[in-house]
Write a protein that binds this ligand. Structure first.
Ligand code: GLC
Length: 650
């Protein structure tokens, strides 16, 4: 017999008690929008049962749970009332086409506003560049008010409603969102919700020993609990500091700080924190943000005796935010940033949680295959780990603003005869250029003296060999590096999910070592790939001999080709095994179209034989869509070094 679930009935009871009171509170405003109020209420009724269940799971044991429910419903109504009319109509549009982001038309780019255009006002002038490139999903790296020096590249937020004054104002951001929207570009921002900076007003009040705000963070009078927790915790930034707790002299207490000592972890076991952050989230949605990248999702719930990552409550919190967003701002999507074991990454992906997720495994394994020239681990892992729940998809990237960590599963590696620990050591040596014959110019990040672990920084081009080749002025090596870069970008664009280009990679940006002279940045090698170097496309686009021009055009070509191919919708991806260890192949099929993509990870030409091609469905003459050449039926497919082909085998 299944146990009686009392929650649906009581969810309705609570709503019926609370809503009339809330209607009284907002009577004047609601009078002005009575025709829309019903639509809001429909969504509230639709989502409430699950929202109630999540909140009950998180806070139901607290004596004032009913007060929490009242507060949440107040918040929902308040932020819905504040939502601008244009965004409400976007909500309706998206509700009519909820899976728009699965389309082959969606192509992403990510940039730091200050590095790209100095400020928000000037970013406006670059919309035509994004259009030329083909981007319609634009992620602006954190641009909120932060401490002057200690800000972890914007990830230590002091005010979610304030923009860093060097970058602009909130008004400029909403204006930009509207301008982007007019051009069909969706704005994506970070929601840095695991921690605030220690200069956030909540942290300041905690420092002044206001008990209400001390309860916003995890603070401890002595080392007793921190020591017990610490035994099981991973060190995220071991080169900067040891341990996950920081002594606060003002409070005379230890504070939980998973990342840097100035990033204070929020205490989500306090319903006030949940509500306050939900308000910040809805505020951002009301500025015109369409996708929120949920930063550091894995860390938001702590449980003694565990590593305090990926706890069940972390999922519940995100689902509760998701339900709130569906009620107030239904066009808002979440993208999860879980750079953890692949078994855990996938758990954040669900229509009721994060519809989108970074794909750190694909990123890491593309680099793995580029170093080894052998695709077995990539193939094996992707075959088993690619599918996402329906209505969701990956956001793929070859480089981002963070380091590369080798997050593949140890057992996946062992299954194909690879020893995971020594393989990681090899990859680290390879990408820091220590391994004899390596083409890569990576920089170590966060070397852990206790475990010997390290991660890798560097731009796509420098890691793929362009920097080394240019230094050697060797034209053959330069061509090899160009081919490697184009190979990775071709996979990015053709494999299932939204391709996300780190802006700069469209023109081949190299490492920038000037961060070493900036004391605020010198200890964080990730700045090597967060460069201020710019490329003047207006001048250089006329000079077709430059590498920049070649990279840019190849990128534009791949993006626009993608948009003509329904098979590249996110209808899934089937990895195929090719009897050649250097070839990584997959089939994309949708809407009657079928495309076979084959990628050569070796410098030398490689063959996929005619029989295998036939077995994949290439039974007649097929077209290589990138080169626009016909491959006659019955012939072997011969790929040049690092070539990628997209064959229409429909
Ligand atoms: C995320 C960000 C990273 C930052 C960390 C702490 O992992 O991508 O840049 O250091 O969160 O906020």
């Amino acid at each position: 017999m299944t146990e009686y679930d009392w929650r649906p009935e009581h969810a309705t009871k609570s709503l019926n008690r609370i809503l009339p009171e809330v209607e009284k509170t907002f009577a004047a405003e609601l009078g002005r929008v009575s025709h829309e109020w019903q639509k809001f209420k429909n969504r509230l009724h639709r989502e409430w049962e699950r929202l109630f269940a999540y909140l009950h799971q998180l806070y139901g044991w607290q004596y004032d749970f009913f007060y929490t429910l009242e507060q949440i419903i107040n918040t929902l109504v308040q932020y819905w009332l504040q939502r601008p009319a244009e965004l409400k109509s976007l909500d309706e549009k998206r509700e009519a086409d909820p899976f728009w982001f699965l389309s082959e038309n969606v192509v992403g780019g990510v940039l730091y506003v200050d590095l790209f255009s100095d400020n928000l006002a000037k970013l406006d002038e670059h919309i035509s560049y994004f259009k030329k490139l083909g981007i319609n999903y634009l992620h602006l790296m954190p641009l909120f008010a932060v401490p002057k020096e200690n800000n972890d590249g914007g990830y230590a937020v002091s005010d979610y409603r304030g923009i860093n004054p060097d970058i602009g104002t909130m008004e400029e951001l909403s204006k930009l969102a509207a301008a982007l929207r007019d051009e069909g570009i969706s704005l994506v921002l970070d929601f840095v919700f695991n921690h605030t900076s220690d200069e956030h007003i909540w942290a300041q009040k905690a420092k002044s020993k206001d008990p209400d705000f001390m309860a916003y963070y995890h603070t401890y009078p002595n080392r007793e609990l921190p020591d017990q927790f610490q035994k099981h915790l991973r060190e995220i930034f071991p080169a900067v500091r040891k341990g996950s707790f920081t002594w606060c002299e003002e409070m005379k207490r230890w504070v939980w700080t998973s990342f840097n000592s100035f990033q204070w972890d929020l205490n989500y076991s306090n319903p006030e924190v949940f509500r306050a952050m939900a308000e910040e989230m809805l505020f951002l949605a009301n500025q015109g943000v369409e996708v929120l990248r949920l930063d550091a999702v894995a860390f938001i719930w702590k449980r003694l005796g565990t590593n305090c990552e990926n706890q069940p409550e972390a999922h519940t919190i995100i689902r509760a935010f998701n339900a709130m967003a569906k009620i107030v701002a239904p066009c808002l999507l979440f993208k999860s940033e879980a750079i953890v074991h692949p078994d855990n990454v996938i758990q954040y992906i669900h229509p009721d949680e994060c519809q989108l997720s970074y794909n750190p495994l694909l990123m890491a394994l593309l680099w793995e295959a580029l170093a080894t020239r052998v695709v077995r681990l990539l193939e094996h892992s992707m075959r088993n780990r690619y599918p996402t729940p329906s209505g969701c998809t990956w956001v793929n990237f070859v480089r981002c603003h963070d380091d590369i960590g080798w997050t593949f599963d140890d057992q996946d590696a062992r299954n194909i005869g690879i020893d995971p620990a020594s393989h990681r050591r090899f990859l680290n040596k390879f990408y820091t250029g220590e391994y004899p014959g390596s083409f890569a110019k990576g920089v170590p990040f966060q070397f852990n003296t206790d475990t010997g672990d390290v991660r890798i920084s560097g731009t796509l081009s420098s890691l793929a060999g362009l920097e080394d080749a240019l230094e050697k002025q060797d034209s053959e090596l330069i061509e090899q590096a160009v081919r490697r870069i184009n190979l990775l970008r071709s996979i990015l664009v053709s494999i299932g999910g939204i391709p996300l280009l780190y802006i700069g990679d469209e023109w081949g940006m190299l490492n920038d070592y000037t961060y070493l002279t900036d004391p605020g940045k010198a200890s964080d090698s990730r700045w090597v790939h967060r460069s201020r170097k710019r490329w003047n496309d207006r001048e250089d686009l006329t000079d077709q001999d430059t590498l920049e021009w070649r990279f840019f055009h190849e990128m534009v070509k791949l993006f626009s080709l993608r948009k003509t191919l329904p098979a590249l919708q996110n209808g899934g991806m089937e990895v195929i095994h090719i009897e050649n260890p250097h070839l990584f192949g997959y089939i994309r099929a949708f809407g009657g179209q079928k495309i076979l993509v084959v990628n050569n990870f070796a410098e030398k030409p490689q063959t996929m034989d005619a029989l295998q091609l036939k077995a994949c469905g290439a039974t007649k003459d097929v077209i290589d869509l990138i080169k626009n050449e016909v491959l006659s039926s019955g012939k072997d497919l011969v790929l040049n070094g690092h070539q990628s082909v997209w064959l229409d085998i429909s």
